[in-house]
Write a protein that binds this ligand. Structure first.
Ligand code: NAD
Length: 331
């Protein structure tokens, strides 16, 4: 049978807060055989097995015998060991973000995947946020980007500093938007509730002149996930949480804009121009489901990972550099 028509057999490692959603989506996909999952918490395993009518395996080794690909949804400090076992067994892996706790570990996983001729995909889910979809219709070359990601305290994710848990989502998007190397970083942060950094700010200058200012907190009162991009004649604001993308453009008097909701002339220096406001309709889809479809289709060879292992490592590398600078600044 053609590889593309064959069902991909997938197993899940870790069925906690996020892993249960992997179970829900993978058990419902037509082109996937979800063989089951492995979780070290037996009580949790029983609940999820009963709820989704899916097999719970007693060990990772037993799960790996039955599948071609694995999604790893365990705490970050376990990603390296679990993924190493899966890759060594010749399984394709989808690893939730961040890829690993350290860049050296991420490099080892990339080498293992290469040796075993299997793929790594990383769960930087914001890359599939429908709010990013309209960007493909514009020529994006921001001069300045302002990014905020704030969340109330939740013990989940505190196994790593806020830069590796929250800011890394925005770092991945930033590296996708700005096609240039980092020139310099200025960063600071503080610990509030945990032993590691809970609030962080980084100002990144790229070699092409783009500046990005990122703030992340896991001790905020409310959730905020906003990105604002400024460039010549174009301002884009994205609310990842609400799913809202708004675009302001400066146009000449006779330039058409069929998507304009508001069209306001202004006068400056003897010239007349217009500011037009657009609010594109966003497609409606579940980002996690789309991400897992991208993974299973990539395993089948009919797609390529939207965020591959290298992109996951690049995001981790920049996050680690930022975090190291914050620690240096504190000492
Ligand atoms: P969680 O603590 O709710 O669940 C983790 C599960 O893994 C638990 O059930 C635990 O028993 C199990 N587990 C731990 N070690 C294991 C091992 N060695 N083998 C098998 N099972 C093991 O955590 P969570 O919030 O679901 O987060 C899991 C991962 O997903 C983390 O890496 C986190 O950063 C990531 N995450 C990503 C997003 C996103 O937006 N992409 C959101 C939340 C979490």
């Amino acid at each position: 049978m053609n590889k593309r028509n064959k069902k991909v057999s997938v197993g899940i490692v870790g069925v906690g807060h996020l892993g249960k959603h992997h179970v829900k989506h993978l058990t419902a996909m037509d082109n996937v055989e979800c063989v089951g999952f492995y979780d070290i918490d037996e009580a949790r395993a029983t609940v999820i097995s009963d709820k989704y009518n899916v097999k719970s395996y007693d060990s990772l080794e037993a799960l790996l015998i039955d599948c071609d690909a694995v999604t790893i949804v365990t705490p970050t400090d376990t990603h390296f060991n679990v993924a190493s076992d899966c890759l060594t067994a010749g399984k394709h892996v989808f690893i939730e973000k961040p890829i690993t706790k350290s860049v050296a570990e991420a490099e080892q996983l990339l080498t293992l995947a290469n040796t075993n001729k299997v793929l790594i995909q990383v769960g930087h889910i914001e890359r599939l946020n429908p709010a990013l979809v309209p960007l493909k219709n514009y020529s994006i070359s921001p001069k300045y980007i302002e990014i905020q990601r704030l969340a109330p305290y939740d013990v989940r994710g505190t196994d790593v500093p806020v830069v590796l848990d929250k800011m890394i989502h925005d770092i991945d998007i930033l590296l996708f938007l700005v096609n240039s190397e980092v020139e310099s970083i200025d960063a600071n942060g503080i610990s509030i509730l945990t032993d590691s950094i809970d609030i962080a700010n980084a100002r990144i200058r790229f070699k092409n002149g783009t500046i990005a200012n990122l703030t992340s907190s896991r001790v905020a009162q409310d959730h905020v996930r906003k990105t604002k991009m400024f460039q010549q004649d174009l301002y884009i604001t994205i609310d990842f949480l609400l799913g809202l993308t708004e675009i302001y453009r400066v146009l000449d008097p006779d330039e058409p804009d069929p998507d304009a909701i508001q069209d306001v002339p202004f006068h400056y220096g003897g010239k007349t121009k217009r500011i037009v406001y657009e609010k594109p309709d966003l497609p409606s889809f579940d980002a996690l489901k789309a991400e897992l479809e991208n993974f299973t289709n990539s395993v089948k060879g009919s797609a390529t990972p939207i965020v591959d292992g290298q992109a996951g490592k690049n995001a981790l590398e920049l996050a680690t550099n930022i975090h190291d600078l914050i620690l240096e600044d504190l000492h």
